[in-house]
Design a protein around this ligand. Structure first.
Ligand code: SF4
Length: 214
C-alpha cells in the first residue's frame, strides 16, 4: 500500500484560485524543493506523519466535502502522490493540486485540476521554473503568479504574453501578503489591460494571517 508523509489534513474555505470561497478539504504533504523568500508554510518542509493512501482518504471522507486540494510544501516531491490523486478521483472527489511549477506536471491524473504557481524573481526561485509545464496545461488548470513588486509584475506579464499562457487556462495574480499593497497590483493590472484574475489570499483576511489549518 503506497504511503506518503503528510504534514496536515484539515477542512476549511478555499482561499485562493477560481475555487475561492468553496468549502474544501486540504491535504498538505511534507517536503519542498524550493525555499521562497515569502514562504508561509515552512513548517511543512520536514514535519509529517507517514500515512497510507487509504488512511488519508478515510480522513478526508470524514469531512463530507466534495472538493479536495492536495498541496504542500511541494506535493509532487513524493512519487506516491499520484496514487493519492488517483484514489481521490476514483472516490468521486473533485481534486485540485497546487504545485510550485518546478516539477513535471505531465504525469498527473487527467481528472485533477492543477494550479501551477510559477515563481517570480521576488521569490528567489524563478530559475527553478520548469517552463515545459506550460505545454501540458489543459482545461481546468490555472496558473498563478504571486507578485512582490513591479519587477515581478512586468516579468509575469512578459511570460503571460510571450508564452501565451492565458490562451491555455485562466491566469491568477495575487500579492505577497504584507509586501505589496493589493491596490497597487489592482492598478497595474487595469493599466496593463491583461486578461488575468486578480485575487487575494482570502483566508488571511478571514483568519489570523499566520493561522495554521485554515
Ligand atoms: S514552493 Fe510553497 S512551500 Fe515551497 S518554499 Fe515556496 S512558498 Fe514555501
Amino acid at each position: 500500500m503506497p504511503e506518503l508523509v503528510v504534514n496536515e489534513i484539515f477542512h476549511s474555505i478555499q482561499g485562493e484560485s477560481s475555487h475561492m470561497g468553496r468549502p474544501c478539504s486540504f491535504i498538505r504533504l511534507t517536503y519542498c524543493n524550493l525555499r521562497c523568500t515569502y514562504c508561509d508554510t515552512a513548517y511543512a518542509f520536514e514535519d509529517g506523519e507517514r500515512m497510507s493512501v487509504d488512511e488519508i482518504i478515510h480522513k478526508v471522507d470524514a469531512f463530507r466535502c466534495g472538493l479536495v486540494e492536495v498541496t504542500g510544501g511541494e506535493p509532487l516531491m513524493q512519487p506516491a502522490v499520484h496514487d493519492l490523486l488517483k484514489g481521490l478521483c476514483d472516490s468521486g472527489y473533485e481534486v485540485l493540486l497546487e504545485t510550485g511549477g518546478s516539477l513535471d506536471i505531465s504525469e498527473v491524473d487527467p481528472r485533477v485540476k492543477r494550479i501551477v504557481d510559477f515563481k517570480c524573481p521576488g521569490s528567489g526561485m524563478a530559475k527553478k521554473n520548469l517552463w515545459s509545464n506550460v505545454s501540458h496545461l489543459r482545461k481546468g488548470d490555472e496558473v498563478k503568479f504571486v507578485i512582490r513588486d513591479r519587477e515581478d509584475f512586468d516579468w509575469s506579464v512578459n511570460h503571460i504574453i510571450g508564452d501565451q499562457i492565458s490562451r491555455r487556462c485562466p491566469v491568477l495574480m495575487s500579492v505577497v501578503f504584507g509586501a505589496l499593497e493589493p491596490v497597487e497590483l489592482a492598478r497595474w493590472v487595469l493599466e496593463a489591460g491583461i486578461d488575468v484574475r486578480f485575487q487575494l489570499q482570502m483566508h488571511k483576511y478571514v483568519w489570523e494571517p499566520s493561522a495554521r489549518g485554515v
